[in-house]
Design a protein around this ligand. Structure first.
Ligand code: C5P
Length: 229
């Protein structure tokens, strides 16, 4: 059976990682959340107080960063890969509002993108890969077999993210989440290096009124058709 590379890009909090995980499990592919890599760098900056260095000497920052290991490990229980920094599982720590509020500014820095894209392209695609992010179909894997672009209304996205964070026990305000989502979209779409764009050959999916199962059905149809070709 052919193994595909599936690129999922789109606006913030459109459920890219939820659908990507389901697709990876269904087809037995590797799932990589590229956003969590930019979040890991942001966490590294926060934990080590490196914002000033990042702004004043990017080369030295990259040198320090390269002595830090950022990698994914497969979790056999949940059947997904989780992100580790220096062998510590940081899945929880990277998904706070503090990280979300800084990450897009950091992800706009070309030198940091170059490092992350290198790591992303190192992944063995022979097993089949689902990768989600902002530049996967345009920069990381322009040759992807399937490109998807997910979007949804601002309010639906903010409500989903808000519910998710409340469930995790975080104390957040709906308005802060809505503002964060809008700001990130603006920064991601307007940056000079690898801005968020809808590729000509991408399937555009507005999931404002779709359940996760609706999306799984639509996307599985696209994949199954490709597998038959
Ligand atoms: O996917 P997630 O929302 O967790 O990504 C966090 C941030 O990382 C995004 O808002 C974006 O600024 C950045 N990002 C990026 N390129 C990617 C993935 C994420 O610039 N491929």
């Amino acid at each position: 059976m052919k193994k595909l590379t599936i690129a999922i890009d789109g606006h913030a909090s459109t459920g890219k990682s939820s659908i990507a995980k389901k697709l990876a499990i269904k087809y037995g592919y590797i799932y990589i959340n590229s956003g969590s890599m930019y979040r890991a760098v942001t966490l590294y900056v926060i934990q080590n107080n490196l914002l000033l260095l990042l702004k004043s000497d990017i080369d030295l920052f990259i040198k320090k960063l390269s002595s830090t290991s950022i990698h994914f490990k497969f979790n056999d229980n949940d059947l997904i890969s989780e992100i580790y920094m220096n062998n510590i599982n940081i899945e929880q720590q990277i998904n706070t509002l503090e990280v979300s509020e800084m990450v897009s500014e950091i992800a706009a820095i070309p030198e940091i993108r170059r490092e992350m894209v290198k790591l992303q392209r190192n992944i063995d695609r022979n097993m089949g890969v689902v990768m989600d992010g902002r530049d996967i179909g345009s920069v990381v894997f322009p040759d992807a077999d399937i490109k998807l672009f997910l979007t949804a209304s601002d309010s639906v996205r903010a409500k989903r993210r808000f519910d998710e964070m409340i469930l995790k026990g975080e104390s957040v305000k709906y308005e802060s989440i809505l503002n964060n989502i809008k700001n990130r979209d603006k920064l991601d779409s307007s940056r000079l290096d690898s801005p968020l764009v809808i590729e000509k050959d991408a399937f555009l999916i507005d999931n404002s009124n779709m359940t996760i199962n609706d999306q799984l059905e639509v996307i599985s149809n696209i994949i199954d058709k490709k597998l038959l070709n």
